[in-house]
Design a binder for this molecule. Structure first.
Ligand code: AMP
Length: 292
């Protein structure tokens, strides 16, 4: 099926989506799936294009999942623009957009949730209690609803990728998880739906996240792989931006997300991850390094 020939089909119910996908699955077509909260940017679109390229059928979901937002977080004001999202999805070649409302996904309060232990203790798991339980639960529900061969996730949310990969492994979910690289603005800021919240001055200073991570990556490549050193390098660089209010700066093993003692061992992977507030806006970014 060629891009542009098909109008994206917008489906609101689980029953209808299953009914539409069944014949494709039965005739052996591969299904690629990408879950989103919507308010698409190029980062989302890069994942959709990849799902489009690698599968016969491309499915996205657009669902702002209340279960993954804390009581004082931005669920109510999370940016939404369904019409634009569907147009962009269509341009990127999506076949089916699943856009359930909260009642369709959670007709009654859930009594069953998915908790991935260990990996969710640190980083965003520590600062957003319950967040990854909400993410893992909705992603498992979506995987069971869509039944994709492959599901695409961005490394911008590296902890999310680690959590989903662990869940899929532990629960034998028959899907291949495909991690995709972080897309950035031309000045290096990781693309995010939340970037629209930034004032012009906050937006200017937000480049410090990527700059700090790049400096640390260069230091590690030059042999400075001591976790404490890398952490203070990044923290110091971020502290120099007056509007930046860091929530965490951590250097951990990846994907197990365990603290590192001293120098990272050759042949291992480490993640340097940051969460920084600019006013009310919380931004995250990370870099993953292969230690030689
Ligand atoms: P979200 O709508 O924020 O839940 O994002 C949907 C998917 O897009 C997730 O797998 C994200 O990791 C991914 N994503 C978000 N921002 C980016 C980006 N800048 N580059 C690549 N993928 C991204």
């Amino acid at each position: 099926m060629k891009q542009g020939e098909i109008k994206v089909e917008t489906i609101r119910t689980i029953r209808e989506l299953r009914r539409k996908l069944a014949p494709h699955r039965q005739s052996g077509r591969s299904i690629g799936f990408m879950p989103t909260l919507g308010y698409m940017h190029e980062g989302h679109l890069s994942l959709i294009r990849r799902a489009r390229k690698e599968n016969d059928i491309a499915v996205i979901s657009i669902f702002v999942n209340p279960l993954q937002f804390g009581p004082n977080e931005d669920f109510d004001r999370y940016p939404r623009d369904m019409e634009r999202d569907l147009r962009l999805a269509q341009e990127a070649g999506v076949d089916f957009a699943f856009v359930p409302d909260v009642r369709e996904m959670y007709p009654e309060p859930v009594k069953t949730t998915v908790k991935v232990s260990g990996i969710t203790d640190r980083l965003c798991g520590a600062s957003r209690p319950g967040h990854f339980e909400g993410v893992a639960t909705v992603v498992l529900k979506l995987l069971l609803i869509v039944g994709p061969d492959r599901a695409y996730f961005g490394m911008k949310d590296a902890q999310q990728v680690a959590v989903i990969e662990q869940m899929v492994k532990d629960l034998n979910v028959p899907v291949a998880i495909v991690p995709c690289p972080t897309l950035r603005e031309s000045d290096g800021l990781a693309m995010s739906s939340r970037n629209v919240y930034l004032s012009p001055e906050e937006r200017r200073q937000a480049v410090v996240l990527n700059q700090a991570l790049q400096e640390a990556a260069a230091a590690a490549a030059a042999g400075r792989t001591d976790a404490g050193y890398l952490r203070s390098l990044v923290a110091g660089r971020i502290a120099a931006a007056p509007l930046a209010d860091p929530e965490y700066v951590e250097v951990l093993s990846y994907p197990s997300l365990e603290p590192l003692e001293g120098r990272a061992q050759p042949g291992t992977r480490i993640i340097i991850a940051v969460a920084v507030r600019f006013g009310k806006t919380r931004l995250i970014d990370n870099t993953i390094l292969e230690i030689r």
